[in-house]
Design a protein around this ligand. Structure first.
Ligand code: GDP
Ligand code: IMO
Ligand code: MG
Length: 423
């Protein structure tokens, strides 16, 4: 079988969109397994910039089958708006499918995401407020709405009224806020359900058949390993499983379907939202990287926190995902810095560790152990051969590879799909 996984190896926004797009051009099928429209993947094709949140990037290639898998939480309004935007750019939706098991994000999920964040006060998570957590909560509690029910005209209204009434109890009684207008939701969402109906089906046989026939199946990751519900920096995580294992659960395939797992990193580290970040640069270097790398959220527009590359994290994600290779993307924003630092360990209570701690209180006590490299001033944007990269940069990349114990397969030198260097 020939399944390839592309996933985020840091805290998301590593530039997965660009690589998913590059690999989609060779794929027969692209499958999204988890997350929802908290994801924002930028794909630049010539003059066109696509910001995809739910629809797999393979949609840009005619003939590629695109699947929104069972593990995704799907906001009907958002997915329809995304579909309309693509159609307006002349892109066909003929090969797009949504798994019948996918859960539906309803207005109360979005409302409750905002209310629970507000209630957490200073201890908020910094979610995207897209209703992701509350929708996955309902799924785990076994009270969510799945696509097959949502698009079933015989079930739609009763189910929306029943769930909506219950959520209004929570909104009014627990949070003391005004109830949502369920009549209006029924009318609005009925139209969405009718429009989505033709895309919904059991996609698992399609994926299985494609794998059996040795077609190229690409599993498109969203978020990043450190945002994983179990493996990430809990509770500052998302509510799904961005690690490679999440692909199996969220697409309905077994681990034997996957033979390649590519982890995307940036040449530095970023995160949006709250939570500890050992190599964070709260200074002019951090600001330099933010500006050079245009580190502002695709989904929320928030400035991303920036810091040095953390090889403790990278080693951890190599393990947690069984990475077969790493991509070091966005190396170009480091141009012009006299020195580049690489975190190779953490010092905690006078001891050095190379393992990423499970307990956030421990992580907060960690200070990075850095190795320092001379920077580079060369413009990388037109370089396409590894050997032509500045010597100082090659030393930095070689050390990353060594510390992470995983080969670097590709280096990214700019946002365009051709601005990559294969090793
Ligand atoms: P994703 O969520 O992992 O798909 O990443 P985002 O799309 O949220 O953020 C990555 C941003 O970096 C986008 O604006 C990309 O266009 C841009 N980008 C991707 N690769 C590179 C690169 O190698 N260099 C630079 N400078 N920008 C890049
Ligand atoms: P892509 O796919 C970066 C972060 C949020 C917040 C935490 C929980 O573009 O890399 P949620 O709304 O999921 O409950 O928020 O997770 N987060 C992301 N950060 N990139 C993403 O996706 C993210 N999706 C969620 O900022 O800290
Ligand atoms: Mg993003």
């Amino acid at each position: 079988m020939s399944g390839k996984v592309i996933l985020g190896a840091q805290w998301g926004d590593e530039g997965k969109g660009k690589f998913i797009d590059i690999f989609s051009s060779q794929a027969d099928m692209v499958v999204r397994s988890q997350g929802g429209n908290n994801a924002g993947h930028t794909v630049i094709v010539g003059e066109n910039v696509y910001k995809l949140h739910l629809i797999p990037s393979g949609i840009l290639y005619s003939g590629t089958v695109n699947i929104i898998g069972a593990g995704v939480v799907c906001d009907p309004k958002v997915v329809l708006a995304e579909m309309d935007g693509l159609v307006a750019k002349g892109i066909s939706l003929d090969n797009l499918y949504i798994d019948a098991r996918a859960h539906v994000i309803m207005p109360w999920h979005i409302e409750l995401d905002g209310l629970s964040e507000e209630a957490r006060g200073k201890g908020d998570i910094g979610t995207t407020k897209k209703g992701i957590g509350p929708c996955y909560m309902d799924k785990s509690e076994r009270s969510g709405i799945r696509m097959h029910d949502f698009v079933n005209p015989r079930k739609f209204e009763a189910i929306v009224r029943e769930k909506g009434a219950l959520k209004n109890e929570i909104i009014t009684k627990l949070y003391g806020k005004a109830p949502l207008d369920i009549d209006a939701i029924v009318e609005e969402y009925r139209v969405y359900a009718e429009r989505l109906s033709k895309f919904v089906r059991d996609t698992t046989p399609m994926i299985y058949d494609a794998l059996k026939a040795n077609k190229n199946v690409l599993f498109e990751g969203a978020q990043g390993t450190l945002l994983d519900l179990d493996m990430g920096t809990y509770p500052y995580v998302t509510s799904s499983h961005p690690v490679a294992g999440g692909v199996c659960i969220g697409s309905g395939v077994g681990p034997t379907a996957i033979n390649e797992v590519v982890g995307i990193c940036k040449g530095y580290t970023t995160r949006v939202g709250k939570g500890p970040f050992p190599t964070e640069l709260d200074d002019e270097i951090g600001e330099y990287i933010r500006q050079k790398g245009a580190e502002f959220g695709t989904t929320t527009g928030r400035p991303r926190r920036t810091g040095w590359f953390d090889a403790v994290i990278a080693r951890y994600t190599v393990r947690a995902n069984g990475l077969t290779s790493i991509v070091i993307n966005k190396i170009d924003p480091l141009m012009g810095l006299p020195k580049i630092k690489l975190c190779v360990g953490y010092e905690m209570d006078g001891k050095v560790t190379r393992d990423f701690p499970a307990d956030l209180d421990d992580l907060a006590r960690c200070t990075p152990v850095y190795e320092e490299f001379d920077g580079f001033d060369e413009d990388l944007s037109d370089i396409r051969e590894y050997d032509k990269l500045p010597e100082n940069l090659k030393k930095y990349l070689a050390r990353i590879e060594e510390v992470c114990d995983c080969p670097v397969s590709i280096v990214g030198v700019g946002p365009d799909r051709d601005q990559i260097i294969y090793r």
